[in-house]
Ligand binder design. Structure first.
Ligand code: DC
Length: 216
């Protein structure tokens, strides 16, 4: 049994879920887990070993042996690792290997926090289907690509807007079409479109949605 309050924040690439999830965690004093970083760590590990991220045996082995140093790898936020993460994420054994860690984090947040905010693709549908609060964050493709493009430019990655848009659509397609825990809103998720919202307005809308869900 646990009394931890779980807030699930799901959505496609660069819709703003990471920023919102972090801000919600800060606001409530809850622990925060970026579950995409776990899949990225698996993808990066496979790439480092020269393996194919779509190979189930190789990817499962990497997921089962994941450690702190893998999760702190400096290349986690790169586009190449994002695409590899999306490939390993389609493999059921990889998802199974990461599931316990995520559920444990949600039910027993570190440092005795009273709750946890997890962001990802399947938190509201698979990892924490009983979460009292579920947000599904979306934004138009072009808006998401523009945000991601700026982020990569700021980091000095040599990218074009067209490339970023194409990669984002490819990743959404891979994440939505897979059989294992595909990207889709839970039936009881609150849809939040951040296309035309600046960060503070999006945070305010998210806080409102959380308050409404907790009242239910
Ligand atoms: O959120 P992100 O871009 O860091 O996620 C990287 C990839 O990991 C994404 O393309 C799909 C996968 N992922 C997933 O399948 N399930 C999650 N809960 C989180 C991420």
């Amino acid at each position: 049994m646990t009394t931890s309050v779980v807030i699930a924040v799901d959505g496609p690439v660069a819709a703003g879920k990471g920023t919102l999830a972090r801000r919600l965690a800060e606001h409530f004093g809850y622990a925060y887990l970026d579950t995409g970083a776990l899949y990225r760590a698996v993808g990066a590990k496979v790439l480092r070993q020269g393996g194919d991220p779509a190979d189930p045996a190789v990817a499962a082995k990497a997921a089962e042996s994941l450690d702190e140093s893998d999760r702190a790898a400096p290349e986690l936020r790169s586009e190449a690792v994002g695409l590899a993460a999306s490939k390993v994420a389609a493999i059921p054994q990889v998802r199974a290997a990461l599931l316990d860690f995520q559920r444990r984090f949600a039910s027993h947040p570190p440092a005795g926090r009273a709750g946890a905010v997890l962001d990802g693709r399947d938190i509201g549908t698979v990892v924490c289907p009983d979460a009292p609060v579920k947000l599904f964050v979306i934004a138009r493709d072009e808006v998401r690509a523009e945000r991601r493009y700026r982020e990569l430019m700021d980091k000095g990655e040599a990218v074009t807007f067209e490339r970023v848009l194409a990669d984002l659509r490819k990743r959404d397609e891979q994440d939505s079409a897979r059989a294992a825990a595909p990207l889709k809103p839970a039936a009881d998720a609150h849809l939040l479109d951040t296309s035309d919202l600046a960060i503070e307005a999006a945070v305010a809308a998210a806080l409102e949605a959380v308050a409404a869900a907790l009242k239910r």
